[in-house]
Write a protein that binds this ligand. Sequence first.
Ligand code: SF4
Ligand code: SF4
Length: 129
Amino acid sequence: MKIRAHHILCVQNYIGYGYSEDFKVHMDEIVKKLRDDPQIEITEGCDDICAACPYNENGQCSSLDKVKLMDEKTADALGLKCGDRISWNTASDMASKQIFETQLFGKICGSCQWYDICLKQVGQRAKGS
Ligand code: SF4
Ligand code: SF4
């Protein structure tokens, strides 16, 4: 499965919100597949999640500047680069320790429209609920 770096974060905080009904149905399927801990490949452009997004315009995100920056910051924080293959559980564990449990989460995601919702999810996980 191809995943752009910042989507490693989004999947972990996903609680059923999305850009459209099709997007949510697709995202539910992705989350289900990732529970089996497949290998993921870090990709630069649109990935398997973007496939059903209304902002995917012919294979390019319409908010490219914003998401590219989030991808770069996430990849840097995790020491990953485009083309790297890694198991989903390893990537998500790294994201928890190196991003969600540090100040980097706000620095990477602070400008996202879903930030407050995701921040709440991160806080609840930290409390073990
Ligand atoms: S704040 Fe936005 S970019 Fe960050 S994890 Fe949540 S949905 Fe993804
Ligand atoms: S197309 Fe853009 S907004 Fe849509 S899921 Fe991909 S990165 Fe996010």
